[in-house]
Design a protein around this ligand. Structure first.
Ligand SMILES: Nc1nc2c(c(=O)[nH]1)N[C@H]1C(S)=C(S)[C@@H](COP(=O)(O)O)O[C@H]1N2
Ligand SMILES: [Mo]
Length: 379
């Protein structure tokens, strides 16, 4: 196996976290992030980040299962193999030469909002900021696949990162494994699936997957494999750890019995950006509730607000064009009467899917988009 490079990188990452950070080609500033885990580094965007339609990289959330590897761009090779006619080993320049694409895409962690689950669920306790929108540029994954030519009967395109480790929490992995995730071939070929080398016009930072990562428009972040170094095309649906033991939900298939299926599209969700729990606001004066909303592969169709805990709803205003694969901001002008209020925002997508009032336990600890009122007081 082409192990020396990867092994050296991992050893460097494991032994020299500080030296590694200091010697990174570009410094990696963050601003005002909420630390959800110190090492490996997992950072949440603060609510103030929702002020930006495109999230500044220094406020873009970080979700990493293992120590961030150092992938040397000079010796980098993207290996494409498996059920393909034409096995590839591409340098970064060769990937870039295949084709170019740029898209602004929203990425949400499938566990975003987990802190709102009652009873508490295990996993990172994200509030609302395990989400961000960036301008990603690089090469369409489809262009790489066109060059590799999947054989007849190709099923999934499995993306592997250079990071590797043992998952010790239950369900544990069978020893060290790479982070990886499969996409059905049809999704892998869509325009909104990029191998990105830049984010917001700058080279990817180490935390966000330098030098090359996948971004899968409309899908939860778990498919957006960082530090991408290997792609394996399979001849049957892939059943790897990160889409069965982790990042899966229960679907009720044959006879209503539960069956694990991989998480795919983000679900409709509206987040209130400028009101927090137990906040006090002036009574009898106009107040504009603001926030963001997204709906995966579908554009957001409408946002409604309730100030009475979901008993009655009024349409909010979309502040911009709703598009697939990216969030849209919204606002709602309100003059609160004196007293307590329970403010809830609800997103409905163009296909009519909306946010459920209660939590479905078949979703395990993911896909958290049930309605959560924010309790405030006007006085
Ligand atoms: N190689 C690798 N890719 C990964 C992960 C990881 O741990 N390793 N985490 C995934 C998850 S769960 C999410 S939500 C996104 C987060 O991307 P970000 O850290 O750039 O925000 O990366 C995905 N890609
Ligand atoms: Mo995630």
């Amino acid at each position: 196996m082409p192990a020396p490079t990867r092994r050296d990188a991992l050893r460097a990452a494991a032994l020299l976290p500080l030296a590694g950070a200091a010697s990174a080609r570009q410094p990696e500033p963050f601003r005002g992030m909420i630390v959800r885990m110190h090492e490996p580094r997992n950072l949440e965007m603060p609510p103030s980040g929702f002020a930006h339609a495109v999230t500044p990289t220094e406020q873009f959330f970080v979700r990493s299962h293992f120590a961030a590897p150092v992938v040397d761009p000079n010796t980098f090779k993207l290996v494409v193999e498996g059920h393909v006619e034409n096995r590839l080993e591409l340098t970064l320049a060769e990937v870039a030469q295949l084709a170019k694409a740029e898209q602004t895409l929203t990425v949400e962690c499938a566990g975003n909002g987990r802190v709102f689950l009652v009873p508490q669920a295990r996993g990172l306790q994200w509030a609302t900021g395990g989400v961000g929108t960036a301008a990603w540029a690089g090469t369409p994954l489809g262009a790489v696949l066109d060059r590799a030519r999947p054989k007849a009967g190709a099923a999934d395109v499995v993306l592997f990162g250079a990071d590797r480790g043992a998952v010790t929490a239950d369900p544990a992995s069978p020893g060290p494994i790479h982070y990886g995730r499969g996409l059905p071939l049809a999704k892998a070929r869509k325009d909104e699936v990029l191998l990105a080398s830049t984010m917001n016009g700058e080279p990817l930072t180490r935390s966000h997957g330098a030098p090359l990562r996948a971004v899968v428009g409309g899908w939860f972040g778990c498919a957006a494999v960082k530090w991408l170094t290997r792609i394996v095309v399979t001849d049957r649906p892939y059943g790897g750890f990160w889409q069965t033991m982790d990042y899966s939900l229960y679907a009720r298939g044959a006879g209503g019995e539960p069956e694990t299926v991989p998480l795919t599209t983000m679900l409709p969700k509206a987040v209130i950006a400028n009101l927090g729990p137990q906040e006090v606001i002036p009574a009898g004066r106009p107040f504009t509730v603001r926030g963001a909303a997204w709906a995966g592969e579908s554009p957001v169709a409408k946002i409604e607000l309730s100030t009475d805990g979901g008993a009655t709803w009024t349409a909010a205003k979309l502040d911009g064009d709703a598009k697939p694969h990216r969030w849209v901001f919204w606002s709602f002008d309100w003059t609160p009467a004196r007293g307590p209020a329970r403010v809830v925002a609800r997103c409905t997508d163009a296909a009519g899917a909306t946010q459920p009032p209660t939590r479905d336990p078949d979703r395990r600890s993911y896909l958290i988009n049930h309605l959560v009122p924010v309790e405030v007081t006007a006085r």
